[in-house]
Design a protein around this ligand. Structure first.
Ligand code: UDX
Length: 432
């Protein structure tokens, strides 16, 4: 099948590469010439494990075509996916301007044959109806088109695996022809099929991300109770999570959720609720706890350090990505700089992105050991594997004071205690 993706971010590029790998002919439309050139040369721009190899393989096979031009791609495609960004505006509302702009361009290039326009961007309920209206307003009267919502649930860091092994493939449309085509395209993908209407498909995505954020904020809230009462958050959540109705997965306390989806989608769902006359107080509380988690971590550092120089390990919003959108590292670095701290940072993938924000206000280290040399404390913000079994004795020797603030609970308390560290983690009793 010939298909098109408009947008080449985590969703657009990964899904395009996966469908090309199945043997489809795939166009990917972008709007920045330099980025399209890089993609044509096999550079995925973003860091995602396995993506470069998949991109190179399918470019070589001639199944992937990167372009700035809608004309050829849209006319040739049976399915056109919209996979562009919907960043939050100041008030939390999703900014849909790019989605609508793209819909108009698609409409103007539709030819006579039946085409499905399928939205993968996360958009508020009702948006696909607006896209449909735009398609009808600008298309050639002879062109046959139908709209579908096909939300994406991939996680950064495991995006290719998630695309191949989806928990569910959601297809929302009122057109049976569109549904049939999308079912056909998704045949090689594992996962339960949910065929539904547009509004339900749109809401499924927001509900999933809001539920994930709920689990994290709940775990973080309980960690506050543990710290005040002497309870141990891991023991509490392990016991609670044994109950199959609750589950332990995705309930790890830390320095809060970040990334391009959870923060943005909770904000957007709050906004959607307000517009519908629904009190979104529950969702607002999830956000409030997320921010409180970061504030508490900062307070721990400020209260327990005498000298203002610190190393930070982990800058990306989670491991195996270079993405720093809404990462807790950005909040922490800004606040620590504001408090006069000298900061050394290390991250295996995200340093260049952080450099774009903080420039030479902080020091960038080539490895975790260099970062801790002569510093009085270390803060761990992302649980990259390479920190988990690092030589802690060497770390201790290099540091001026053996003091760790672990925002991801990656070390057993007993281990760091035996090595002679002072250790503050999340929802567990400190080692002083
Ligand atoms: C998320 C959803 O998981 C995915 O289904 C959706 O399509 C896009 O948004 P992603 O943003 O890649 O994926 O990251 P995710 O793995 O969900 O983690 C989000 C944030 O939550 C990270 O900052 C992570 O560190 C944090 N997190 C996650 C916790 O603090 N505790 C947990 O138990 C799990």
């Amino acid at each position: 099948m010939t298909i098109t993706f408009v947008g080449h971010g985590y969703v657009g590029l990964v899904t395009a590469c996966v469908f090309a790998d199945f043997g489809n002919d795939v166009f990917v439309i972008g709007h920045t010439p330099s980025k399209i050139d890089r993609l044509k040369n096999g550079d995925p721009i973003i860091y995602e494990p396995g993506l470069k190899e998949l991109l190179e393989k399918n470019l070589k096979a001639g199944r992937l075509h990167f372009t700035l031009d809608y004309k050829e791609a849209i006319a040739a495609s049976k399915i056109v996916f919209i996979a562009v960004g919907t960043p939050p505006k100041e008030n939390g509302e999703a900014d849909l301007s790019i989605v609508f702009e793209v819909a108009e361009k698609i409409a103007k290039n539709l030819k006579g044959d039946f085409t499905v326009v399928s939205c993968k961007s996360t958009v508020p309920v009702g948006t696909n109806k607006k896209i449909e209206a735009i398609l009808y307003q600008y298309k050639n009267p002879n062109a046959e088109v139908a709209i579908a919502s096909c939300p994406e649930f991939l996680r950064e860091g495991t995006a290719i695996y998630d695309t191949l092994n989806a928990d569910r493939v959601v297809i929302g449309s009122s057109s049976q022809k569109a549904i049939d085509l999308l079912i056909e395209l998704h045949k090689p993908i594992n996962g339960k099929r949910i065929i539904t209407d547009l509004a339900s498909a749109e809401l499924i995505k927001y509900t999933s991300n809001a539920m994930l954020a709920t689990k994290i904020s709940f775990a973080n809230l309980i960690s506050f109770y543990c710290e005040k009462t002497g309870a141990d958050v891991e023991t509490v959540l392990d016991a609670v999570g044994i109950d199959k109705r609750i589950g332990r997965i995705f309930m790890n306390p830390g320095v809060g959720y970040g990334g391009s989806c959870l923060p943005k989608d909770v904000m957007a769902l709050i906004n959607i609720g307000k517009n519908l006359g629904i009190d979104p107080g529950f969702l607002e509380a999830i956000e409030k706890v997320n921010l409180q988690t970061r504030k508490n971590f900062l307070a721990k550092i400020l209260e327990n350090t005498n000298e203002k120089n610190i190393a930070i390990w982990g800058l990306s919003f989670k491991p195996d990505t270079d993405d720093i959108r809404f990462a807790s590292s950005l909040y922490l670095i800004e606040k620590l700089l504001g408090n006069g701290f000298k900061i050394n940072v290390y991250d295996p993938a995200a340093m260049e992105n952080v450099r774009k924000t903080f420039g030479d206000k902080i020091n960038y280290s080539k490895d975790p050991y260099e970062a801790v040399k002569n510093v009085s404390s270390l803060a761990i913000l992302t649980e990259w594997n390479e920190f988990k079994q690092i030589d802690l004795l060497k770390v201790k020797r290099l540091m001026k004071c053996p003091l760790i603030f672990d925002g991801r609970n990656i070390y057993p308390t007993d281990t760091v205690k035996a090595l002679g560290f002072k250790y503050f983690s999340i929802g567990r009793q400190p080692v002083k």
